[in-house]
Design a protein around this ligand. Structure first.
Ligand code: NAP
Length: 234
């Protein structure tokens, strides 16, 4: 298929790469030109100078399809994709999305993918804060926190965040992954939707405030697991 991919950062770059490697004719656009040149050096594809499209005039369809699975999920092509839109365009897009995903689900009409991603982000925020408090507690208590991650990740407390971020949190490494600037963007959307629907996001809103504190520490581009930086004293 002839495909265009707009925005080739941490996530978009490898996702567009999987499409090119699968043999599709891929044209990429990115606001900063340097990333386009870097991408074109790594994959077969065409660079575009503009993202303007005349989609509606050509009778093209729209699907919202946010992803979960992080930088490693994008690089390995094993993202989870939650889609909103009509069934016919979904049926055409699904095999293409499969090139960078291991799970693709049509959730309902346009917007349903975004709402499902909001559920994901609400759950992730709570899990990371719990993990941050647990690991900071382990360090303050004089435990070998890396060993604690090894053992408890085999039990009921396990999570993607524990398995993929537990040890880097102990090592105080956050220069990768999902930038908390983007998490705050997502949590703002969650808060707006909760206000409109009457849902209670007491804890999520509190954690958003913690992320605001880390932004003030200069951590806007740090991975979201950096919540531990607020509370770790040893
Ligand atoms: N990283 C993750 O683990 C993860 C996981 C799931 C979902 N996501 C979502 O995926 C999206 C991209 O995240 P990322 O981690 O790939 O971020 P990133 O590396 O910072 O890439 C962001 C991309 O968006 C473009 N962009 C940002 N602001 C723009 C603007 N005002 N005008 C035009 N282009 C703009 C950037 O262009 P420039 O290169 O010019 O800045 C870049 O191509 C976000 O919505 C994020 O919430 C990320």
């Amino acid at each position: 298929m002839k495909l265009a991919f707009i925005g080739i950062g941490v996530m978009g770059g490898p996702m567009a790469g999987h499409l090119a490697k699968a043999g599709h004719s891929v044209t990429v656009y990115n606001r900063s030109r340097a990333k386009v040149q870097g991408w074109a050096a790594q994959y077969q594809g065409t660079a575009a100078c503009s993202s303007c499209a005349t989609a509606r005039a050509q009778g093209l369809h729209f699907l919202d399809a946010p992803v979960s699975g992080g930088q490693s999920g994008a690089e390995q092509g094993i993202l989870t994709v939650m889609v909103g839109g009509d069934e016919e365009p979904y049926a055409r897009a699904e095999p293409v999305i499969r090139h960078f995903a291991r799970a693709v689900t049509l959730m309902g009409p346009a917007g349903s993918g975004q709402k499902t991603k909001m559920v994901n982000q609400i759950c992730v925020a709570g899990v990371i804060q719990g993990l941050a408090e647990g690991l900071a507690f382990a360090l303050h208590a004089g435990l070998d926190a890396r060993r604690a991650v090894d053992v408890i990740s085999k039990g009921a407390a396990t999570s993607w965040q524990m398995e993929n971020r537990g040890k880097t949190m102990v090592d105080d490494k956050f220069d990768f992954g999902f930038a908390l600037d983007w998490m705050r963007k997502d949590l703002r959307i969650c808060a707006e939707t909760a206000r409109a629907t009457g849902a209670d996001l007491t804890v999520t809103n509190m954690i958003d405030g913690f992320y605001a504190e880390i932004q003030k520490m200069g951590g806007g581009r740090w991975d979201t697991s950096s919540l531990i930086r607020r509370i770790r004293k040893v």
